[in-house]
Design a binder for this molecule. Sequence first.
Ligand code: ADP
Ligand code: ADP
Ligand code: ZN
Ligand code: ZN
Length: 751
Amino acid sequence: MSASNQEYIVISGARENNLKNVSLRIPKRKITIFTGVSGSGKSSIVFDTIAAESTRLLNENFSMFVRTFLPKVPQPEADGIENLSMAVIVDQKRLGGGSHSTMGTITDISPILRLLFSRAGQPYVGPANMFSFNDPQGMCPECNGIGRSMIVNMSRAVDMSKSLNEGAIMLPDYKVGGWEINMILQSGSFDVDKKLSDYSSEELEQLLYGKARKVEMEFAGKAMNITVEGVIEKFTNKYIKRDVKTMSDRTQQAVAPFIIEGSCSSCHGARLSQASLSCRINGHNIAELSAMEVGQLIRVVREIADPVAAPVIKSLTERLQHLVDIGLDYLTLDRETDTLSGGESQRVKMVKHLSGSLVDVTYIFDEPSVGLHPRDVHRLNELLQKLRDKGNTVIVVEHDPDVIKVADHIVDVGPHAGSRGGNIVFEGSYEGLLESGTLTGNHMKRPLQLKQESRKPSGKLSVKNATLHNLENVSVDIPTGILTVVTGVAGSGKSTLINDVFLSQHSDAIVIDQSAIGVSSRSNPATYTGIMDDVRKAFASANKVNQGLFSFNSKGACENCQGQGVVSIDLSFLDSVDLPCEVCGGRRFKEEVLEYKLNGKSIADVLEMTVEQALEFFELKEVVRKLQAMSDVGLTYITLGQPMSTLSGGECQRIKLASELHKKGSIYVMDEPTTGLHMSDIAHLLAIMNRLVDAGNTVIVIEHNLEVISQADWIIDMGPDGGSRGGQLVFEGTPTQITDAKDSITGKYLQ
Ligand code: ADP
Ligand code: ADP
Ligand code: ZN
Ligand code: ZN
């Protein structure tokens, strides 16, 4: 191998999925961006060829003994892949991990903060462990460091608009005329005819939370000492602090509606013991710092002037700065990672790698611009450049023109999707791409056009006084019968407004997201859209046999693989691997079933057809309508039998859209539908949205993509910034109006 080749990852004759003998060189220690329409083969090169080979090589480093336990990662379909370094994939898979995984723990910032408190906290307390809610020394003993516990659902338990005599207390033991309520009346401490809303705060405190005390009362002429206790206090001690298993089923059922999960009553959600919470630096305890937005936290940390802690402060500010740099300054360290969006998760993972010391690694990113407003894309670019400048090879699959601009090298895959793609149509510089005449090049040159004539709404859906996360009393009207785009920088409150508030109030809305449609391992586009039912009937009547024969889970299915086409091999402590079924060769049906033909094709032949081929083959009205809908959303290239699990998020979303295209009068909500879509696919998507609107539906889209925003009938812009500096309605109006709106960052970028 020549020395110059060492500077490149060299791939020759790659044939995974739709790739047509692709050969290319990827410069090392540079940023290479792969682009091209959805389904063109970008992932087949980057993930199924490059990343897969890297994993295989890594496994080969293990001894023969260990390797017998590792899944046999098959060699990717290619003639050669040379000069690979270790690959790290930074994807958008959400960070799971339950309540013990937070932004702080996942970025390794929390341990440093604990170290800081153990060095500089007052009063001096003890080891860093004392400040960890994952450690028995530090966790709140009441909630075991979870920060939440079961509490009384106050809105169900107490009706403030009534008096005690009118039944203000709605808990099971407090029926008017019953023992508990009579005790309260007899105690003489409370005005039984006054509405609770007219009680003073002391009276209310005493009634609801008063500690147990003895009161002398008269019963049947005899004086008795009776214990009286606050209503909520008593209920909590009697039913919540007790092991539910010791209560009868009836009691459990009676009290269950009055109990909800809420902030722990001891630590108030801080998760830590009282001892660690009493330790402070410049007046703040560790829980307060963890609940602070990173942008503010970094300023507070910089102000700590303690020479002993100086090295800790330095490493803390360094890491916090990475979070600020990537545009996550609106998040808090105590934020649970499973509430982060896909884009946020990916950026958090990125920060972890920036702080690490690996060099000569191949970093692979899958659309890192997801969730970022155009204003913040430059931050992402700087991060990619930093990784490169540390001596790493950076490979990015991306559609955003502003990210594509920073590439040292661009690979454009196409020209189209599926079988009409799988080639490299351009390799070279950004300037070269603009002049290449490819779909990507041409789209990058086109100027943005603002929609001039907005549709008139047919009505409106109101959100009133929304107060959640960072939203403060937001009221907004969402017009019906038109296309509304909700926009704003990341963290401004778009998802909170639409996904959390609006959807909970308008439960009839239909959400079209990119989540996988994994009904079962046997589902595919034919079964999902219902085409398979009609196809089975057609086969049955053409051959005068039972239609059940043509189902994957019937007698007609291959017995070896139960109609799956693949056999899963379980490897006790590793992911299982799928191997093609040896009996049916992946065709999924028994030999005798494949003998039955419809116009010369077997059921397996039909499942191997692309949507495009099936449109030519079928004449059945219902089947053609469903196929046409799939074709309309740009899915001409997928095969009817392709397992749903191999479809990308964008493809799943479009299949869902396809099955909605014939409806009228519905409300559709889509969260960043352009994810995974090439500029030319976006035109397609817009056409579908417009078709839905023209058929009388309401479409509400959360988007940063300027192309989509520019084509809205109505724009709702949240902001002005992220986190506590956001949460307000900055602008509502049409695309031609937003460019004049002074406070709208989005407006500036549309100009
Ligand atoms: P891109 O990343 O450019 O969107 P992909 O590389 O994911 O494109 O897909 C290229 C083609 O290969 C598409 O037609 C896709 O449906 C098909 N494909 C991808 N993965 C599989 C798979 N596991 N089995 C069969 N076909 C696949
Ligand atoms: P956008 O959709 O505009 O990116 P979000 O609605 O996701 O913004 O977030 C708005 C604010 O609410 C941010 O400060 C974010 O950190 C916070 N937030 C969002 N989801 C949660 C959650 N589940 N728990 C706590 N805070 C949240
Ligand atoms: Zn607690
Ligand atoms: Zn089989």
